[in-house]
Design a protein around this ligand. Structure first.
Ligand code: C5P
Length: 259
């Protein structure tokens, strides 16, 4: 029998080798109608390879929006943020496996059994239908939370230790990578190395407003510290000149990727 976890790890190496700036910048499409999505797909003009579709959009339009985005030539990161008991998440992961997305997010706070079962199910179903399994990325501590929020929620540790613990859970469960804020990328790489992907939301140009993000940084810093992907929403989609703003991000990524 094909070892599905090993199959997934080999996929990480292949993918990283192929990443260029347009593959590293992921744009978050946080809108609620099909027409807005189509307008965004056109405006972005395939300057990036992957668009992130999340809760607002999927609950507004239904999952059919995924094939519409794919018809424009984009890959899809489905920000499903799976978090429930292992049985429920495993069955949801099985259903998502049929949607043909490139990446899926899952909350590491759901624990090791939930993560492992989802990982295995996704690999199993993809391999049996002859497809590369989608990357499974573990969300650690949301970028909208800081140490005082964690303290109020009863966390014993601040975000740095909490994120490290959750990365360990993700890696022990053979996830392809994790989602964290740019602020802890360096520490995660130093602690756990390079054999997994890191994607960071909470990205802003220095002149942008952080809005609800509390742990954020610039695209250059995130990449320099070791992020593979940066996920950007309002700093691009909230601008009047989306196309030019994407060029600014791509240029910044290219510059620091050479170092
Ligand atoms: O507009 P902005 O760049 O802040 O959007 C960030 C996107 O990344 C949102 O869609 C949000 O749901 C998502 N995200 C996040 N923090 C995480 C995981 C995902 O902000 N930890």
């Amino acid at each position: 029998m094909l070892n599905s976890s090993k199959f997934c790890m080999e996929k990480i190496e292949l993918k990283r080798k192929k990443l260029d700036a347009s593959g590293r910048l992921i744009i978050s499409i946080d809108v609620s109608s099909k027409s807005e999505v189509i307008r965004m797909c056109r405006e972005i003009d395939n300057k990036v390879k992957t668009l992130k579709l999340g809760l607002e959009l999927i609950y507004s339009t239904g999952p059919d929006i995924i094939s519409i985005v794919k018809s424009f030539g984009y890959k899809v990161l489905l920000d499903a943020k799976l978090h429930d008991i292992p049985n429920t998440v495993c069955k949801a992961a099985a259903a998502i496996s049929k949607l043909g997305v490139e990446m899926i997010t899952i909350h590491t706070l759901g624990g090791g059994v939930m993560l492992k079962n989802a990982r295995e199910k996704i690999c199993e179903l993809s391999i049996s239908s002859g497809m590369f399994p989608p990357m499974l990325l573990g969300v650690t501590i949301l970028t909208s939370l800081d140490d005082s929020d964690l303290k109020n929620l009863g966390f014993k540790n601040g975000y740095k230790t909490s994120v490290l613990n959750l990365v360990e859970a993700a890696l022990n469960s053979n996830l392809d990578g994790i989602i964290c804020s740019p602020n802890e990328v360096k520490l995660i790489r130093k602690t756990y190395g390079n054999n997994f992907f890191i994607a960071t939301p909470g990205i802003r140009l220095s002149e942008d407003s952080p809005a609800d993000q509390k742990r954020f940084s610039t695209p250059d810093e995130a990449i320099l510290d070791g992020a593979d992907f940066i996920i950007v929403g309002r700093s691009i989609t909230g601008k009047d000149n989306i196309s030019e703003t994407i060029d600014v991000f791509l240029e910044k990524i290219k510059k620091v990727s050479k170092k």
